[in-house]
Design a binder for this molecule. Sequence first.
Ligand SMILES: [Zn+2]
Length: 564
Amino acid sequence: MKLSEYFLPTLREDPAEAEAVSHRLMLRAGMIRKLASGIYSWLPMGLRSLRKVENIVREEMDRAGALEVLLPLVQPAELWQETGRWDNFGKELLRFKDRKEHDFCLGPTHEEVITDLVRREVRSYRDLPLILYQIAPKFRDEIRPRFGVMRAREFLMKDAYSFDADEAGLNRSYEVMYAAYERIFSRCGLRFRAVLADTGAIGGSESHEFMVLAETGEDRLALCEACGYAANVELAESKKEFSYPQEKEKPLEKVATPGVKSVEEVSAFLGVSPSRLVKTLLFKAGGEVVAVLIRGDLELNEVKLRNLLGVPEVEMADAETVERITRAPVGFAGPVGLSGVRILADLSVRGLRNFVTGANEPDAHLINVNYGRDFPEPEFYDLRVVSEGDPCPRCGRPLAITRGIEVGHIFKLGTKYSEAMRATFLDREGKERPMVMGCYGIGIGRTVAAAIEQNHDEAGIIFPREIAPFVALILTLGPEAELMEISERIYHTLNSSGVETLWDDRDERPGVKFKDADLIGIPFQIIVGRRFKETGRVELKERSTGQREDLSPEEVVKRLQGSA
Ligand SMILES: [Zn+2]
């Protein structure tokens, strides 16, 4: 394509609404434009990259033996009622009525639809295993869509579903998909890790997330270089044991702490370390309120709490609830005298003596608090977010915490959906059994954004070659016929030999061309300037390294064809 005939609206300035690097660069590089909150159009440059990822995903799914289908975005409520998710899914499920007053939703995921399809068609163990997949738009009505296509409401996904006769079959399908995912993200040119993950709203027994490693990632990962343990911190465990010196219990005392609420404020005010403080956090969980105690210097893990309580969601209690239960404003809650709520505690509190808590009254804290004496001994569980350097749960070596962006997620669903929807088959003995399912997602647009989060610099995007919109960009620095002719020759030779090449033939200043070239991040720049007239050579610049080389046009062509 010639840039003079292309649709590439680049922006000089950073768009104000963009918080994330990829969002900013995708807008500036003319890849996407916002239509409404969380809803984006893909422009030609962005779509080419999106299609590259899509094609790699499709090739690897096909190679793994999965079969492509295309399922509807609009789904009838009845299917979601069968699994109970019509009521349980939350507001991310966009529900609406059609003209006949029938309930429908926009599919944020397709377990119900695929299970319905398969239960109608598959009768016998002979038809299993079966893995079906699609690459199609989905809709999740996110409360706070942000970061551009990274957390959009409408997005393109690959979702696959496996159906097996038994648990062993599921394990095989899961391994096949896991291996396909490793090939996909390697082929995309990304640095990534597969980590143990929470199963969340989808459910099931085991799950891995595929994380593109990037400092800007929203997820924190706990990794052990020694044994390979890798988990999302949401569920990462640690062998860490808390032990405290034997201390005599001191008399309980109330101290005035006017306006002093946060852990930092209280510890500064009382002159004690945050590890001497015990936070009392109130949560709403499945219609009841629970209090959770954890040391002041540690972070509570809400996913562990949710899984422990076996509820779909936990949420921090609002100010009104806190005041009703503690009879004090937020910031002064404590376990002493707290009644009518279940009290849980993190293992970090076990054995701790003479600690500081809120007094359940305004502007006051208690010091020298001891459980067993001042309030009943709580139930202890591991409810903590692991920290950098904590011992690995498998081998005891120190864990490293790093950041990542989730681009793929695979789940062993088991029979959760097949039982709810009666997706059964007849086994060898003629006995009816529920199919054993797995599901496997990849965010296609998200992968493009994550690639940019991982690969960029001050000047713009640095696309990995496999998913770059074009492989090469010719910059012709001047209107002279000689320069245009040689540029055109390189352009045709490269394109006709399969090296996708864009030609900046615009009547623009060199500065503008260089800026745009670095911004859009095409891996190779071929600079055709005045020097060509003197030396017959052009310059080949690699975007990722900045390396430049003077070569003849023939050498450039050979180099790019050879590096394919
Ligand atoms: Zn380890």
